[in-house]
Design a protein around this ligand. Sequence first.
Ligand SMILES: Nc1nc2c(ncn2[C@@H]2O[C@H](COP(=O)(O)OP(=O)(O)OP(=O)(O)O)[C@@H](O)[C@H]2O)c(=O)[nH]1
Ligand SMILES: [Mg+2]
Ligand SMILES: [Mg+2]
Length: 261
Amino acid sequence: MAKSRFEYVKQYERLDRLLPETYIVIRIDGKGFHKFTKKHDFEKPNDLRCLNLMNAAARVVMSEFTDIVLAYGDSDEYSFVWSKSTELYERRESKLVSHVCSLFTSAFVFNWPKHFDIPLLSLPSFDGRAVLYPNMKVLRDYLHWRQVDCHINNLYNTTFWMLILKGGFTNTQAEEYLKGTVSAEKHEILFSKFGINYNFEPEIYKKGSIWIREPIDQEWHQQDKKFSVKQKKKMVLSILHVSLIDDDFWTSRPFLEVLLQ
Ligand SMILES: Nc1nc2c(ncn2[C@@H]2O[C@H](COP(=O)(O)OP(=O)(O)OP(=O)(O)O)[C@@H](O)[C@H]2O)c(=O)[nH]1
Ligand SMILES: [Mg+2]
Ligand SMILES: [Mg+2]
């Protein structure tokens, strides 16, 4: 078929194939969730309904894109880690990022009524970015970074909101009170003022959530070779709230590194 004289405009499009043989991480983050959570009167500092909804939306994304091996989420963000060898959409960044973002958002909206008994009062949206990591060390350090961030924020927010909700502090007073305090001091404030042992706080708040694709057959847990497509299709998605920084997370699940290849 003859090309139209307008066809030349295609040349203006940009190639955006992501570097091969690198781990792709797509991180999405809620737009203006400070305002969104206020509007929907979320519980402070953690609203379990929202965390469950975020986890449900992440599960939808992982079910749709089987080259995502694991995902880590906390607060209003989620990181999706793809196998190094994925060739989905020829690794085109805009295709991958926009699909993940829009599917996550529609799953969040679609599943809202299952988690909240109030209607949605504004339209949530999520930004997205792809970052490439060249080896397992940096990939693991990336996940550690997000989990440490979750821990630091949660310890701060738990102490901050206790001071306000139970301690009678104003926002400004609580902020001033916590300025410059280290972790141990926040633990101490929680314990001495409110009788809270931070270590006993729910793991989902302290560690965030991790979805993994997991073989159901125990033998596959030991496998150090590649998985067949048939085996991959039979895998299940499991959610965990554990330390990613622990070597144990990886050594007890050797199939993850195989899937990530
Ligand atoms: N009360 C409450 N607030 C939450 C919860 N989860 C997230 N948030 C709010 O969402 C915000 C997320 O932080 P950010 O992603 O840095 O900020 P943002 O307002 O979404 O702004 P942008 O991401 O830059 O668009 C937090 O600062 C909280 O205000 C929750 O479970 N309960
Ligand atoms: Mg946000
Ligand atoms: Mg955020």
